[in-house]
Design a protein around this ligand. Structure first.
Ligand code: AP5
Ligand code: MG
Length: 229
């Protein structure tokens, strides 16, 4: 599970982790953004999107339904990476119940930390591919060809919630609702703190190192071996 403030780099790290693990990457934010493309989104999804565009959290019931409907992702042979879920204590409890039903457990909860000014710079410069959803940054991770995705040549766009007012609301929601989730997993001794400063590759190396330094040695070794293949 990847936790961290908006813009901390969860999506970028999920992508790098996935190149090794081939796990199922479940990002609730991505599911909502994909739903925005539907011709006739359900009233529940329209409600969710209105919250999202303002930078607010989507109601727990909708976020939890999205994950329950995708419970098969949690049984992927390569494991799963949860990105952006849970974000409230209520969601954490519902996830616990879902995982108990499926007889699954969490390896680790990685908490990416980053100073506020870096968060704002990362969000302000972010561009995403409208086709394959690859993530770029105008100065820190620029595409080879301006405005085009290096993977699929899709158009790079600004996320609606990356406007300054929405960024502020997202940071407040994070401080108010998501920080308690970190304490919840800390009590379960699952938290692995990772400093998210430096390049994405630095952060990835630190992630593998910190997983290994704690009691996740087997998992980190497995990732290291996969990286050599
Ligand atoms: P979501 O899509 O999850 O957004 P978020 O948590 O705000 O996080 P971001 O995706 O903005 O940032 P990230 O940490 O993934 O960073 P990234 O890798 O892109 O959720 C969006 C909305 O959906 C929420 O606000 C809410 O409304 C709703 N929602 C979703 N899940 C919900 C839930 N469970 N409950 C309720 N509501 C929910 O990186 C950011 C930028 O920095 C990029 O440009 C990247 O290229 C760059 N970058 C990354 N790493 C580095 C690095 N090391 N050095 C330099 N640049 C870097
Ligand atoms: Mg993301």
């Amino acid at each position: 599970m990847l936790l961290g403030a908006p813009g901390a780099g969860k999506g970028t790290q999920a992508d790098l982790l996935n190149r090794r693990l081939h796990a199922c990457h479940l990002s609730t934010g991505e599911v909502f953004r994909a739903a925005a493309q539907l011709r006739e989104p359900s009233p529940a999804i329209q409600d969710a999107l209105a919250h999202m565009n303002r930078g607010e959290l989507v109601p727990d019931a909708i976020a939890c339904n999205i994950v329950s409907e995708r419970a098969d992702c949690l049984k992927c042979a390569g494991g799963f990476i949860l990105d952006g879920f849970p974000r409230t204590l209520g969601q954490a409890v519902q996830l616990q119940n879902l995982m108990q039903d499926q007889e699954l457990s969490l390896h680790a909860v990685i908490n990416y930390t980053l100073p506020a000014e870096t968060i704002i710079a990362r969000l302000g410069g972010r561009r995403i591919c409208e086709k394959c959803k690859a993530v770029y940054h105008m100065t820190d991770r620029p595409p080879k060809v301006e405005g085009r995705c290096g993977r699929c040549d899709g158009k790079l766009v600004h996320r609606e919630d990356d406007q300054p007012e929405a960024i502020q609301v997202r940071l407040e929601a994070y401080n108010h609702s998501t920080k308690p989730v970190i304490d919840y997993y800390d009590k379960l001794k699952l938290i692995v703190e990772v400093d998210a400063t430096g390049t994405a590759e630095d952060v990835f190396a630190r992630t593998v190192l910190n997983l290994g330094a704690l009691r996740h040695v087997e998992f980190a070794r497995e990732m290291w071996v996969l990286g050599q293949e």
